[in-house]
Design a protein around this ligand. Structure first.
Ligand SMILES: [Zn+2]
Length: 467
């Protein structure tokens, strides 16, 4: 019952924003001709040589006559899939840089379009931000108004225990209060974090359900050695595979099948985020890989500098910590396999925004790693399209290629079911019905890279006290 209420609210938000955008944007009809559709519906029957008509922000017909005056996009030999969903990101906001009033250092500010461009370039049309702040609502509004091309944003308020800043709760009643405050601030989701005590954690999950908010997060450290207890009703999703690793570390045998069963019985989904641990191990060994990462040029210069000059994975690495990361990677792969066999829904996420994990680009890495861990290419695509849309409660409007859905789409040069790496061969993307072809994507990316590198010089000046 509460879940329905939440879902209604979310749909209301989507639709309210849509009618606004409709008023401001010109009416436009697009037709993709001769394209192969991979709809990612449950039966997923490929529709070959099809015509897809998009009007304003929605798919209005498949294999029907093209309306007069429609702009034609040639799809011959190409493949159309739903826009991708990254279920674990940390999106940058201006607040991230913590400027001190009244200091002015213009070089560190960034535009929402620049922040969202890597998602756009990679066809990531929906993101789930797992530590959201006021700035993210502002970004979401800019996108919904149509001022910025970017993904749909689902926002989670993070609640942690212990000491520190942010939403901290160390008693069940504080936990419940934090949930109610997050709801009043407009959040649709709650993220639980590592330092929560057992009773506060349980109260948060229970209160979130009462308030119609779904819960995602870490398995709090307190459950180490007694991980079963963390699987309380309405704990909706574990945000990393390694939460299971940490929760059972030191136990004689870490049993992925048993852990998968716990998730299965509790109805808890898993977002493995394989890529962040693989990247952490790589950065621990050496920063050469990160330094030569081609997507690094699209990262804000301040973060580039932080990742390269004050990289904790690298600074704190020891042979022991690196060996532990390797064990974690092996465990994560075994867990993904066990989850698949147990029928636990797996969704793709990356932890983008953490050191070395670049927004948008990293989702394609994750899809490849999921296949490497034992998913089929179709499973991997499902984990980044239909399934996450379901978990977020927006599967009636996005997540598949079907008439009536929002035109959040990727046009690919090659079939991703043959080879998952083909999701990188992007011919163009549709964001809420807006077509952005490869040429425009490349132009926008190189413009961003050029400005980032110019701003890098400004940082050097800033360090010398000239700004
Ligand atoms: Zn995260």
């Amino acid at each position: 019952m509460y879940y329905k209420g939440y879902r209604y609210l979310l749909l209301l938000l989507l639709f309210a924003a849509t009618s606004q955008a409709q008023e401001s944007a010109e009416h436009k009809t697009l037709a993709i001709r001769n394209v192969n559709i991979i709809p990612m519906t449950t039966d997923n029957q490929i529709i070959e040589d099809a015509t897809v008509v998009i009007e304003d922000e929605k798919i209005i017909s498949i294999n029907e006559p093209i309306p007069e005056g429609a702009e034609i996009i040639e799809g011959e030999g190409k493949w159309l899939i739903p826009g991708l969903i990254d279920m674990h990101v940390h999106t940058l906001t201006d607040g991230h840089f913590n400027t001190t009033y009244p200091t002015r250092a213009a070089a560190i500010f960034t535009s929402t379009q620049d922040i969202m461009l890597p998602f756009v370039a990679n066809g990531v049309t929906t993101i789930f931000d797992l530590n959201s702040m006021a700035g993210h609502f502002g970004q979401r509004n800019e996108i919904l108004r149509g001022d910025v091309i970017g993904p749909r944003m689902a926002l989670a308020a993070m609640i942690n225990g212990g000491e520190g800043s942010g939403r901290i709760a160390n008693t069940p009643s504080d936990g419940r209060q934090s949930v109610r405050m997050a709801k009043a601030e407009g959040y649709e989701f709650i993220k639980v974090y590592s330092q929560l005590d057992a009773e506060t954690y349980k109260a948060i999950v229970d209160e979130a359900d009462k308030q119609g908010l779904k819960v995602v997060g870490h398995i709090p450290n307190v459950f180490r050695g007694r991980i079963e207890e963390a699987f309380v009703p309405h704990f909706g999703m574990v945000a990393h595979a390694e939460e299971f690793f940490k929760g059972t570390e030191g136990e004689a045998e870490q049993d992925p099948e048993h852990l998968a069963q716990l998730a299965k019985e509790n109805g808890t989904w898993v977002c493995p985020t394989l890529t962040v641990i693989v990247s952490a191990a790589d950065q621990g060994r050496s920063l050469d890989g990160l330094r030569s990462l081609s997507s690094l040029q699209y990262v804000h210069p301040l973060l580039q500098s932080k990742w390269l000059t004050s990289n904790n994975y690298n600074k704190n690495a020891t042979p022991k910590s690196l060996a532990r990361l390797e064990r974690m990677i092996a465990f994560n792969n075994r867990l993904v396999k066990a989850l698949k066999e147990a029928g636990v829904p797996i969704v793709a996420g990356t932890d983008a925004g953490t050191s070395g994990v670049v927004w948008g680009f990293s989702l394609h890495d994750e899809l490849e790693l999921l296949v490497g861990a034992g998913l089929t290419a179709e499973d991997a695509l499902t984990s980044a399209t239909r399934l996450p849309a379901m978990w977020l409660g927006i599967d009636s409007v996005v997540g598949t290629v079907e008439v009536g859905k929002y035109a959040d789409l990727l046009l690919l040069e090659a079939n991703p079911l043959d080879d998952i790496r083909n999701t990188r061969k992007i011919s163009g993307v549709f964001f809420n019905g807006r077509w952005i072809d490869k040429e425009r994507i490349d132009a926008m990316l190189s413009d961003l890279a050029r400005r980032n590198s110019a701003n890098k010089e400004k940082f050097e000046w800033k360090k010398r006290g000239e700004l």
